[in-house]
Ligand binder design. Structure first.
Ligand SMILES: *Cc1c(COP(=O)(O)O)cnc(C)c1O
Length: 456
């Protein structure tokens, strides 16, 4: 049986993103950027190409595809039309040159850093990290012989500079740290990294490209857990690596030997010589991600794209709801403190106004009276807030870090990270804010009952 794939039906991998994309606004681009019309059936929404592999037209065609002379698809671990449309869209929204979609946020951070460092190298990171990122650096990278140095006070630029050593290869941080909202000065850190010939990798999950585009502030690589705000629906895990396409990987060859040594596949040229400023993203796609294999399902790529199309609308609502909730909590006598960079009382307020003028996101923490018992009473009393470990969902969520995500840390480590027994992390959803305030009132009434009982 002969199966012919009509040439017109194949989607070109190099098809241009939205025409005149640069001129279009964010919300237009989140709906259109990177979309390619379906030549086979005219489907308006790019279908889920749920296929492991793609057929070759002929013996010669297979040879051309493998040689890279024909740009079509071969196997979904190396590229898939549904996934690549989402890659083009996210690259456009972040202002990057190219993106690689992977199966989770953890896979994105791991793959991006493994595209830069090797045994003997060191990562310099803010200590204010998502627990999964911290564990990856300390435990997994530690076993591979990759070291990590933490900056204790991420707001102290001199400490960052001081901790850069001869083996440091990359700076890493999260602009909106979870859960304390003590923002990173992204442009200042990018400038420090570049002064030392190093790239700056940023986990932008909590800000999203709608609130912050780290590349515009000098970052070289942006990673996301797309499981959070980018998807928004809380239905599918995913991650993405976005490369700015501006870092010169060949300027100091000794720092990145894997990108600067002769490769047989390139007739003795290196990745840096062959791919220029795309050396990192090409290497990470072809050598790191396609070999380690954290390939997203095309179905999850499709679900992610459905979410991205409403990103700006959701994040505006998330942010305005969060600000209203933070202001409400700050006025309550059962609340000891609120850590939200949108509040004038936050040490990060000035930085937030400069870096996040469109809104400050919706993941933050607050501390109730009564310590852990107060936090427990609050959590068990709320009805609308879902009690779970997830962020950036359309639904509002609550979690007690000290007994869950940070339970493996010692009390002293938790105290140093500002994770007090009464601290609760919120991820504010897009519900009607009055309903959220009513639910918070329910939680605070339970805290009040508890503290009154203790006093009696
Ligand atoms: C959730 C999260 C991750 C990990 O992402 P997964 O998709 O759960 O693997 C990484 N960084 C941040 C900031 C996160 O919130």
């Amino acid at each position: 049986m002969t199966i012919t794939a009509p040439a017109a039906a194949t989607i070109s991998r190099s098809a241009p993103a939205l025409q005149s994309s640069a001129a279009a606004g964010f919300t237009t681009r989140q709906v259109h950027a990177g979309a390619v019309p379906d030549g086979a059936h005219g489907a308006r929404v790019t279908p889920v190409h749920l296929s492991a592999g793609f057929v070759f037209d002929s013996f010669e065609h297979a040879r051309e595809r493998f040689a890279g002379e024909d740009e079509g698809y071969v196997y979904t671990r190396n590229g898939n039309p549904t996934t690549e449309e989402v890659e083009r869209r996210i690259a456009d929204l972040e202002g990057g040159a190219e993106a690689i979609l992977v199966a989770s946020g953890q896979a994105a951070t791991a793959s991006a850093l493994l595209g830069i460092v090797q045994a003997g190298d060191r990562v310099l990171s803010s200590r204010r990290l998502y627990e999964g990122n911290r564990g990856l650096l300390v435990q997994n990278f530690g076993r591979l012989g990759i070291g990590v140095d933490f900056v204790d006070d991420a707001g102290d630029l001199e400490e960052w500079e001081r901790r850069i050593g001869p083996d440091t290869r990359v700076l890493f941080g999260e602009p909106i740290p979870n859960p304390k909202n003590d923002l990173l000065d992204v442009p200042a850190l990018a400038a420090i990294a570049h002064r030392h010939g190093l790239p700056f990798v940023v986990d932008n999950t909590l800000a999203t490209p709608y609130l912050l585009r780290p590349i515009e502030h000098g970052a070289d690589v942006v990673v996301h857990s797309t499981s959070k705000f980018l998807a928004g629906h809380g239905a599918a895990l995913g991650g993405v690596i976005v490369d700015a396409g501006t870092f010169d990987w060949g300027a100091r060859p000794a720092l990145f030997p894997h990108l600067n040594q002769a490769e047989r596949a390139f007739d003795g040229h290196s990745w840096a010589e062959q791919r220029g400023r795309s050396a990192f993203v090409s290497y990470t796609r072809d050598i790191v991600v396609s070999r380690l294999g954290p390939t997203p399902s095309p179905l999850n790529s499709f679900l992610l794209r459905q979410g991205i199309e409403t990103l700006s609308l959701r994040v505006e609502r998330h942010s305005s709801n969060a600000l209203a909730v933070a202001r409400f909590l700050e006025r309550q006598s059962e609340v000891v403190s609120v850590d939200y960079s949108g509040l004038e009382s936050s040490p990060s307020f000035a930085l937030a106004q400069r870096l996040l003028p469109r809104g400050q996101g919706s993941v933050f923490s607050f501390t109730v009276a009564g310590g852990e018992a107060g936090a427990a009473a609050f959590t068990d009393a709320v009805e609308l807030f879902s009690h779970m470990t997830h962020l950036g969902d359309v639904r509002s969520l609550v979690l007690h870090p000290a007994s869950t995500t940070h339970a493996g840390r010692t009390p002293a480590e938790r105290a140093a990270a500002g994770i007090h027994p009464g601290l609760l992390r919120l991820s504010i959803g897009i519900e009607d804010v009055d309903d959220l305030l009513r639910d918070l009132d329910r939680g605070l009434a339970a805290v009040r009952a508890l503290t009154e009982k203790a006093r009696a």
